[in-house]
Design a binder for this molecule. Sequence first.
Ligand code: ZN
Length: 70
Amino acid sequence: MPLYEFRCEACGQVQEFLLRLGDGPDGLACRRCGAARLTKQFSTFATVSGSSALPAAPCGASGGCGSGFS
Ligand SMILES: [Zn+2]
């Protein structure tokens, strides 16, 4: 069962909830303040890959892949 992060719109607390696939935040409530306004967060790895540093291209700037262009 996948684990999803939800952020409480009321208090900003980020919490993890186990949901079945396709389930929304219906019925979930903040464990801190009890509000039911929870917003699904992107997974951690997606957040990281979307941030500043892009991974280096496999061929790199050192010309590792040989003469790919013709
Ligand atoms: Zn809350």
